[in-house]
Design a protein around this ligand. Structure first.
Ligand SMILES: [Zn+2]
Length: 485
């Protein structure tokens, strides 16, 4: 369906990411999102007892700057924390320590599908506690384990043009967080939370900004934004005005709904945090963070294409599944440095195929980095070499891999112990084929009178007799020769 071009969507994202530091933002309490017992990791500071004072967590500052550098941001030498005042039961101090005027990182960008999405700023703040409302009760419970956990907020410019681009931005950002080891960025655990600002402009003018919350999965990001674009288009095409407001996303109904009218920054009465000194970063400090080696997903994609000449799909698999990508590289380095180039590229292709299809099938979602995983890269490399040399057929290879997976045994040991080596000796195969032909005279006659299916039947009989171990090419050659005698 053609939509009138007069309506143009503009999308910006605000993404909160919980940092995976050892301790909280302003105290030494453990930062542990897996702690399910309430109010275990708390102290006077993160529960705002009178007289307690905050101390800045340097690890958190480093992680935000590292992220900023990876996202092409400027890192101003001066930065500062501000107080954002609001009242809510999960916020013990009655204000949140955040950054409004002097964020840690500014003016960066991330490329998505060849288009630059500008990043306005990345700042550091603290997370709130969590409220639970027991069903049927007239009270609520508050858990302060999360209060004071370092929270990074990244704000993009409204450079995103579609819901799918927004989803791609968010998922690439998640991958980068994980590569940099700044956050586990698990959306289901609330370690990464996305809000989208959507406005639909009319006749070249910018529209009214509507904020969507509760986008708890990448799917929700895409569906929620799509829904909102359509809703605003309809409002405008009926001649009404879009209201500036915050809307929630209802994943079950597949709709956004009005939550409240948007607060302005002045509603929060921001002012410089008096309990914390401003930050002055030296050039050496920034240089030191820059010097920590990290390879970004985009760099890895390029390198995998260049070094291993893999297809786009395979590369993406190894980039998304970092453990599998690392394992793949270990296997390749075990293949031996002195292989002729042609041979090496065949082995690389085989390794990639067996890792992505057969091994992933056996892993059923488990990771090669798990302790339970028994196949060493050396054994996997040997396995691939054996296939390439024709010592085991692809059918037998699956059996060998399963055995390696279950026991961690060397592939050559498995092949020897179970007698699985491929029969490539022509005379041995000839004897078997002659036996099969003598037993199946009817099929031989059928084939000679032009029935192709009889040929397949004979191949099948030979495979059964050799338990799948005969080299298929030799079977074909010898059988064709015997049948035309
Ligand atoms: Zn604490």
């Amino acid at each position: 369906m053609n939509k009138p071009m007069a309506y143009k969507p503009t999308i910006g994202l605000e993404i909160h990411v919980e940092l995976n530091t050892g301790s909280k933002m302003f105290c030494s309490c453990k930062n542990d999102s897996d702690e399910h017992r309430p109010n275990i990791n708390i102290c006077p500071t993160c529960t705002a007892q009178p007289g307690s004072l905050p101390v800045i967590n340097e690890e958190a500052v480093r992680k935000v700057i590292k992220t900023g550098l990876a996202l092409n941001c400027k890192i101003p030498e001066y930065s500062r924390f501000d107080r954002k005042n609001y009242f809510y039961p999960d916020l013990p101090k009655g204000y949140q320590i955040s950054q409004l005027y002097f964020p840690l990182c500014k003016d960066g960008f991330l490329e998505i599908g060849g288009e630059k999405v500008r990043i306005r700023e990345i700042h550091l703040e603290e997370d709130t506690g969590k409220l639970t409302h027991p069903e049927g009760e007239d009270y609520s419970l508050v858990d302060f384990n999360r209060a004071g956990v370092p929270l990074m907020e990244l704000v993009t410019e409204p450079d995103i043009a579609s819901a799918s681009e927004a989803k791609d931005f968010a998922s690439e950002l998640q991958l980068i967080m994980r590569y940099l080891d700044v956050s586990f960025a698990d959306m289901e655990k609330g370690q990464m939370r996305i809000e989208a600002n959507v406005s639909v402009g009319e006749k070249g003018k910018l529209g009214i900004k509507v904020e969507i919350k509760n986008l708890n999965s990448f799917r929700a990001v895409e569906k929620g934004i799509d829904y909102e674009i359509e809703r605003q288009r309809e409002v405008l095409s009926e001649g009404y005005k879009v209201l500036q407001e915050t809307r929630g996303w209802d994943d079950i109904k597949g709709k956004t709904y009005s939550q409240r009218e948007k607060e302005e920054a002045h509603d929060y009465r921001y002012f410089p945090e008096p309990d914390l000194p401003p930050l002055h970063h030296s050039k050496e400090f920034i240089k030191e963070i820059k010097g920590e080696f990290f390879e970004l997903p985009s760099q890895k994609r390029k390198r995998f294409g260049r070094e291993y000449e893999l297809g786009e799909k395979e590369i993406e698999m190894f980039v998304q599944n970092r453990g599998l990508g690392d394992y793949f590289e270990k296997v390749i380095s075990e293949l031996g440095p002195n292989l002729p180039k042609e041979n090496l590229s065949r082995l690389i292709k085989l390794s990639s195929n067996y890792l992505i299809t057969d091994l992933q099938g056996l892993l059923k979602g488990e990771q090669v980095s798990d302790e339970k995983f028994l196949i060493t890269p050396e054994n996997f490399a040997e396995f691939v070499v054996l296939i390439n040399k024709g010592e085991i057929s692809s059918k037998i290879a699956k059996m060998v891999l399963l055995e390696m997976f279950n026991s961690g045994t060397d592939p050559s040991d498995i092949i020897e112990k179970k007698g699985l080596a491929q029969i490539s000796d022509i005379s041995e195969i000839e004897v078997i084929i002659n036996e099969v032909l003598a037993k199946n005279k009817k099929a031989v006659e059928d084939y000679k009178s032009g029935k192709e299916s009889a040929y397949q039947f004979l191949v099948g009989q030979i495979m059964i007799k050799t338990k799948g171990k005969a080299n298929p090419q030799i079977i074909k050659d010898v059988l064709k020769r015997s049948l035309t005698k």
